[in-house]
Design a protein. Structure first.
Length: 204
């Protein structure tokens, strides 16, 4: 089955549509991101193409308008509605994370999920085992929320909190983090296993 590109917009697209940056500026920032890593928003601020407030506003728009993962996977032709229903039923029975159920049922590999998030939506991948996390930043998100949604806070610049999470399209998770921290949220994607290891090491 052919994989179709999702219609969900990533940060760069939103900034261009709002005429905040040009395509050439986006390409320059993406080239730096490819070479050095890091978050697109922070790179654009560093280059002087945008202000911190413009990134905050666009990040909020991006996350509040994101589609649910299940809708995106069906839209892209990766899973069927019946498989989505099976994963949803498991979620109701066990109270488990939808993205985890899709992987547990064998409908999608963990690496495939990361690949989709990176290539289709522009979420940068972070290998958490090589990332030094400030314990004070981690504490900004309560442990129960971090474990429930498989995410961990890793950085904070101004009013933007950066988190690594297994499903960056989980609007409910992002809303919870915004509510408890009072901050706008920008995301990296990491695998479930990487996040679980980081949670074990940082919440003691």
């Amino acid at each position: 089955m052919a994989i179709k590109k999702s219609k969900t917009k990533h940060l760069g697209q939103l900034l261009i549509e709002r005429e905040i940056i040009t395509l050439a500026q986006l390409d320059q920032a993406l080239e730096i991101q490819l070479k050095e890593g890091g978050l697109l928003g922070q790179i654009l601020i560093k280059l002087g193409f945008v202000t911190e407030q413009q990134i905050e506003d666009s990040v909020f728009e991006q996350t509040t308008n994101s589609q649910k993962l299940e809708n995106v996977l069906v839209e892209m032709g990766i899973v069927t509605p019946d498989q989505i229903n099976q994963a949803s039923e498991l979620e109701k029975k066990e109270g488990s994370f939808f993205a985890r159920n899709i992987i547990k049922l064998g409908f999608l590999g963990a690496e495939d999920l990361v690949s989709i998030m990176v290539t289709q939506f522009g979420f940068p991948y972070l290998q958490l085992e090589n990332y030094e996390i400030d314990p004070e930043i981690v504490k900004l998100v309560p442990q129960n929320i971090a474990q429930k949604f498989s995410l961990i806070a890793i950085d904070k610049i101004g009013n933007i909190l950066t988190i690594a999470m297994a499903d960056p399209l989980n609007a409910k998770a992002l809303d919870e983090v915004r509510k408890v921290t009072g901050l706008n949220v920008e995301t990296f994607i990491s695998t479930f296993s990487e996040i679980e290891s980081a949670l074990t090491n940082n919440y003691k």
